[in-house]
Design a protein around this ligand. Structure first.
Ligand code: ATP
Ligand code: MG
Length: 388
């Protein structure tokens, strides 16, 4: 899969961009605050419709402008597609090959992109929401109906929370929302667990590979450490929690998940009213990661954390490539500043082996170790691109 052309108007600080990327490496260099991440965010938004960073559409539109536009020509083998996303303050319009897209499912797979960014470290160090974001993005790329379910779930959740905050919450209304939440929530959870089941063995292999390559430990030792790798899906509303993830995980049925979540919502209604918010459901779930029988968050070194995040990302790409049978576009934001020299080298070795299209941003061109590769370069200044 490849982005052949990109046209942007008034997306954040990018007033107007016309970009014809190459099939392999596309490097965007520029000082801080010039629009490098904005450009990757535009590409990501073109693929996912959901933004990387913004919560609200209005944030994506250039100040003093009414709307933003992202347009791309995308090819996958012989297929060519023209995708267009118009962003207004109150919503987005998505057009594919000249036709308005009414159901987000019909847009699925138009442009699959995987992002690497300095924020990824937050996935292990930060709060549950960052781990959920990783998971949701990964699942979104592999499953057509996922985004629609997440959006529907979030919308019902907002309504339920509004009822909970009202002076005298209606029990009948809550019941209606509970049922809808249980429906969408079961489907979201099932897809997450299915994803993790497929992801885990690949993640473990990547983890072992990186620890060995890094020379941190001997190969035999890293294989042993990898054997102790444990991933859990924590859901307060499910028992047992965390669900222990492996390649053999038996994912619960939709019916069982629906019953489990519905029951938890009913039992938690009084507490939810007191707090004015819904305390159980996939919007509160978390991932737990451990090796050598300890939670990664609390004991891994900074270097180990980076290696783990890298392994997670590599696994994400591999799962996606296997599932979709084509390589996604990689978006690497500002990776150099986060990685020391050895890991940087390792990253570029991995990238050279990755067959697809890659976009890389950096503040310093010297960080980019791609000698002998097919590279196109631009500089980014004040929201404008210049070939270099
Ligand atoms: N809606 C918007 N309208 C106009 N400008 C915006 C908007 N949102 C963000 N910006 C501007 O975009 C710039 C940041 O761009 P971006 O995050 O892409 O920088 P960067 O080149 O990635 O920098 P760094 O190297 O520091 O990561 C800031 O100057 C910010 O003020
Ligand atoms: Mg940036």
């Amino acid at each position: 899969m490849q982005l052949d052309h990109l046209h942007i108007e008034h997306f954040r600080n990018l007033s107007r961009v016309e970009l014809t990327p190459g099939p392999r490496f596309n490097v965007l260099t520029g000082p801080n605050g010039q629009g490098k991440t904005n450009l990757l965010e535009a590409i990501y938004t073109l693929g996912s419709v959901k933004s990387l960073r913004a919560q609200r559409n209005a944030e994506l539109i250039q100040w003093e402008q009414e709307r933003a536009l992202i347009e791309g020509e995308i090819s996958r083998e012989a297929h060519r597609r023209q995708a267009r996303i118009e962003i207004g303050a109150t919503g987005k319009r998505v057009v594919l090959n000249g036709t308005l897209v009414r159901s987000i499912q019909d847009y699925f797979g138009t442009l699959s992109a995987v992002v690497f960014s300095p924020d990824d470290l937050g996935m292990l160090k930060g709060g549950p929401s960052e781990r959920r974001r990783f998971l949701d993005r990964a699942v979104f790329n592999t499953r057509a109906g996922y985004l629609a379910d997440v959006q529907a779930y979030e919308s019902v959740l907002r309504q339920r929370n509004a009822v909970l905050k009202s002076p005298s919450p209606s029990a009948g209304l809550l019941e209606v929302y509970d049922e809808q939440l249980a429906d969408y929530g079961a489907s979201i959870t099932q897809r997450r667990l299915e994803y993790l089941r497929d992801f885990f063995p690949i993640f473990r292999r990547a983890f072992r590979g990186i620890f060995t390559l890094e020379g941190e430990v001997e190969a035999s030792e890293s294989a042993q450490i990898a054997e102790t790798l444990a991933l859990g899906y924590g859901a307060s509303w499910w028992s047992p929690s965390p669900v222990s993830v492996s390649g053999e995980l038996e994912v619960p049925s939709l019916e069982a998940l629906r019953t489990g979540l519905g029951g938890a919502l009913r039992r938690g209604a009084r507490e939810d009213m007191r707090r004015g918010t819904t305390c159980s459901g996939p919007h509160r779930d978390d991932l737990h990661l451990a090796f050598l029988e300890r939670e990664v968050r609390s004991f891994a070194s900074q270097g180990q954390l980076r290696a783990i995040v890298l392994a997670m990302k590599i696994a994400e790409i591999q799962v996606l490539t296997e599932r979709l049978r084509f390589t996604p576009v990689l978006l690497l934001d500002d990776v150099s500043s986060e990685l020391d020299r050895d890991r940087n080298r390792l990253l570029f070795e991995l990238l050279k082996r990755h067959p697809g299209q890659v976009f890389i941003t950096t503040t310093h061109r010297d960080f980019i170790q791609l000698e002998g590769e097919d590279v196109r370069s631009w500089s980014v200044r004040q929201g404008a691109l210049e070939p270099r």
